[in-house]
Design a binder for this molecule. Structure first.
Ligand SMILES: *Cc1c(COP(=O)(O)O)cnc(C)c1O
Length: 441
């Protein structure tokens, strides 16, 4: 390992050799901290005394290791975070990448550069996670929910077009399960109306659409590395990307508008507002990440191709097993233009042909020990939009496909990590359940 270089902006000031070194440097991590992380990641099983004995050995080895090496002096935003950003830029073929706390922070950053103000409108799909629309609601912008495409559950470009007004500032397509939205249609609408596009790529790190990585087609894309996604930065993490010049200000957007390149008189730095579209100014938040998160994510990125392959294989197997069963709608798979990461297997029933719908089906699956968790309930069904002054009844009425999918048609099946036996058991039991639900003529 090469010695960690210190960048000029570091807070863990390294003043070098001195008679009285600058000591107001935060505590570093020691052996106890490191062994408690090991204890967290490899918790005790049933065999207490054997675990304890082994753990003592590991701790003793760590102490020996420490005698040969030295403690890290850089924990936040160091060379590993930069290496991660470089790796992401290369993988996605994008100009700017910024490692942040989570995907939600990336949406905030994109929307600030889009110039979003109170009273502006943002169009997002009815079916997504709560955080897609969090920033607009935080600043008093209006959220407009668009209906979904019934086959992919992704946002419907036709409904985006219907819902655009003079106040629309941003469109936020969400690639549900990693499967691309109809980006060509969405970008065409956005260009016609001079509206920015911020892609919610929380599920889609490594999905491609017509040769371009998702997240790099709109003005901004933000990926999640939360523990439930395909790969994780040790529990939490996000990367926001762009090909626009706003990316040059990513470091400022990530950390408070901190500007070390242009210090004010008699001080070390300046603090500046972020300048977005049409000169709109906003205050940056603090979304910095740690070196530990970066190291973990760099490693997990190496495993990503294998993970996608395993997920894809299971999705294809399920589609093959369900082929010819007319009550099961096929999950969209890869095409010439689309390479998905198979974060979720979208399972949909044509309930009009069955005795019962997805709710009845879910009960049957639970009885058979098959866990399926649909992502997500339509956002207008939660309290927050209504509490914050939105007409959720009108939203619901304007999104019939989202409502129908949620109530009657869709759930998500597990894909990974599963054994072949588990996938086969799931397919057998789903087919059996659907046969039980078939309408008797
Ligand atoms: C997980 C998720 C998010 C949020 O990601 P964080 O990294 O937790 O902020 C946003 N949108 C969708 C669709 C998600 O599933």
């Amino acid at each position: 390992m090469k010695k960690q270089e210190k960048a000029k902006s570091d807070f863990r000031y390294d003043t070098g050799e001195a008679k009285v070194p600058w000591a107001a440097v935060g505590e570093t991590m020691n052996i106890e901290d490191i062994s408690s992380i090991i204890r967290l990641l490899i918790p005790e099983g049933k065999d207490h005394s054997a675990y304890q004995k082994q753990f003592e050995k590991v701790t003793a080895e760590l102490e020996e290791l420490n005698k040969k090496g030295q403690f890290a002096t850089k924990l936040s935003m160091g060379s590993n975070c930069s290496m991660l950003e470089d790796a992401a830029k290369k993988f996605l073929n994008v100009k700017h990448a910024c490692f942040v706390t989570n995907a939600t922070a990336g949406f905030d950053i994109g929307l600030k550069f889009a110039g979003l103000k109170p009273g502006d409108e943002v169009i997002a799909p009815a079916i997504t996670f709560l955080s897609t629309i969090a920033y607009p609601l935080q600043i008093g912008a209006k959220v407009v929910l668009a209906d979904i495409d019934p086959l992919t559950l992704n946002i419907s470009p036709e409904d985006i077009e219907r819902k655009i007004t003079k106040r629309t500032k941003a469109i936020m397509p969400v690639h549900i399960g990693g499967y691309p939205c109809d980006m060509e249609a969405i970008m065409k609408i956005a260009k016609e109306h001079n509206i920015m596009v911020i892609e919610d790529c929380a599920h889609a790190f490594g999905s491609f659409y017509k040769g371009k990585a998702l997240g790099t087609i709109g003005d901004f894309g933000s990926f999640s590395f939360h523990e439930v996604k395909n790969i994780t930065a040790g529990g939490e993490g996000g990367i926001v990307v762009t090909n626009t010049d706003y990316g040059k200000d990513f470091p400022k957007a990530r950390f408070g508008g901190f500007d070390i390149a242009h210090p004010i008189d008699k001080w070390l730095y300046d603090v500046v507002a972020l300048e977005g579209k049409d000169g709109h100014l906003s205050m940056a938040g603090n979304h910095s990440s740690t070196e530990i998160q970066a190291v973990v994510l760099l490693n997990q990125m190496k495993r990503l191709p294998g993970i996608i392959e395993a997920r894809k294989k299971n999705a294809e197997y399920l589609n093959n097993r369900f082929a010819g069963i007319e009550e099961i709608l096929p999950c969209p798979l890869d095409t010439k233009d689309i390479k998905s990461v198979y974060h979720l297997y979208l399972f949909q029933l044509d309930h009009t042909k069955l005795n019962g719908d997805i709710q009845d089906f879910k009960v049957k699956m639970a009885e058979r020990g098959i866990i399926q968790i649909p992502h997500f309930a339509p956002l207008y069904r939660f309290s927050y939009l209504k509490q914050l002054g939105h007409d959720t009844a009108a939203m619901q009425k304007s999104c019939p496909n989202a409502e129908n999918a949620f109530l009657h048609k869709f759930t998500h099946l597990p894909l990974y990590p599963l054994t072949d036996q588990q996938v086969e058991y799931m397919a057998d039991n789903i087919i059996e359940a659907v046969m039980e639900m078939r309408k008797r003529k």
